[in-house]
Structures are given as structure tokens and as C-alpha cells.
Design a protein around this ligand. Structure first.
Ligand SMILES: [Zn+2]
Ligand SMILES: [Zn+2]
Length: 164
């Protein structure tokens, strides 16, 4: 007999409130987070947080170094849109987080470059949130900056230009 996938079990016990939260109405731990027991690949059952289950099922794997922050502040909420992986170290600018898991739904940067592992760097922004940075965009920006600097120097010293 096939077990019901954890995601379906969570959905069956979830109600949507006026904020768009998927409020889990099953078992909550003392802190107010939804808990569900999940059968692992090793056939052992273990307790998991419901919001981690929905995030991993609908968005992607969560690196072990990150925890999930509830943007809506409703700990029983399992709506992946209200969840964001963050580093526990809020003031760290950069941390060695594996790529491909942050904002996993987005596959391209705002300029259309691929968020491939080679083209992506994960940085931690001032709010302590992991953020993907497109390396191609950084290259383009720094090339533009160098060009504008060179132009400024040329304009600043036209008399020194060597005549042929
Ligand atoms: Zn929510
Ligand atoms: Zn880009």
C-alpha cells in the first residue's frame, strides 16, 4: 500500500486565511510550528516541520546551513510564498551556502542571464537573507564602471593627449 505523500496530508489539514497563509490545523509543537511524521527513504518515521515539507516539495531543497523564516510571522503557515531561507548569522555578508536552492523558482536574473551554478554567487544581504547574484551582471557592471572612469580621465586631461 502506498502512503499518502506528506504534502497531500498537509494540504488536507490546511486552511487558507485572509492573509493568504496556509494555516496548518494538525499537530503544532509548543512554539507553534506544524509538525508531521514523515516516512524516510530508510523506512523510518521522523518528525518534520510542515513548512519545511511544503517548501522542499514546492520550491526546492533547503541547504542544512539555512533555516526557514516566516515572512508572515504565522508559524503554522506552510505557504512557500511566505517562507524564505535565511542564514542564522544575520550580519554575515557572505557565507558558503550551496547555490541553486535560494529563490529556486527563478531561473534567470532580471537581465535574462541563466542562474546556473557557474554564473551564480550566493551572498547574504543586510537583512541576513541569502540572495543570488548574477556573475555576468557583475562583470558587465564593472566593465561599464571601468569604461566610465577611463572616459572621465580622458575628458579631464585632453591637452595631454599625444598627437600623431
Ligand atoms: Zn503565511
Ligand atoms: Zn545577469
Amino acid at each position: 500500500m502506498k502512503a499518502t505523500p506528506p504534502l497531500d496530508r498537509i494540504r488536507a489539514r490546511t486552511i487558507r486565511d485572509e492573509n493568504g497563509c496556509w494555516v496548518y490545523t494538525g499537530h503544532l509543537d509548543p512554539a507553534g510550528y506544524g509538525r508531521i511524521s514523515v516516512l524516510g527513504a530508510d523506512s523510518k518515521r521522523r518528525g518534520k516541520f510542515t513548512h519545511r515539507v511544503t517548501y522542499e516539495a514546492l520550491v526546492g531543497p533547503i541547504p542544512p546551513s539555512l533555516h526557514i523564516d516566516h515572512l508572515c510571522r504565522n508559524r503554522a503557515c506552510c505557504n512557500p510564498k511566505h517562507l524564505e531561507p535565511v542564514t542564522p548569522l544575520v550580519n554575515t555578508r557572505r557565507s558558503p551556502i550551496s547555490t541553486g536552492s535560494v529563490n529556486a523558482a527563478k531561473t534567470r536574473c532580471s537581465n535574462g542571464h541563466d542562474f546556473s551554478p557557474e554564473n551564480t554567487r550566493i551572498v547574504v544581504n543586510r537583512r541576513g537573507r541569502a540572495e543570488r547574484v548574477c556573475k555576468a551582471c557583475v562583470r558587465i557592471r564593472s566593465a561599464k564602471y571601468r569604461r566610465s572612469l577611463a572616459n572621465r580621465e580622458r575628458r579631464a586631461a585632453p591637452s595631454k593627449a599625444v598627437q600623431p
